[in-house]
Design a binder for this molecule. Sequence first.
Ligand code: ZN
Length: 83
Amino acid sequence: MPIYEYQAVDSNQACSLCRGGFERLQRMADDPLRVCPDCGAPVRRLISAPAVGGSQSGFDDRAKRAGFHKLQRLGKGEYEKKY
Ligand SMILES: [Zn+2]
């Protein structure tokens, strides 16, 4: 399953999760998220590289068990450092 990256449309309405962006593991057939699962603010889907989804699928499962939001934010930070 690919990982999709989302970020708040308006950072003034965003919570700590969606302001910096977060990732969701979803099936291709699933509808994209329209709002943040935490605060309900509108979010948009970002373009992400397919290779990232494959390498992080195991990470995503561990993140859910051990504190979903914090670990997903860490993953996003690492991703950004590549640029
Ligand atoms: Zn939010």
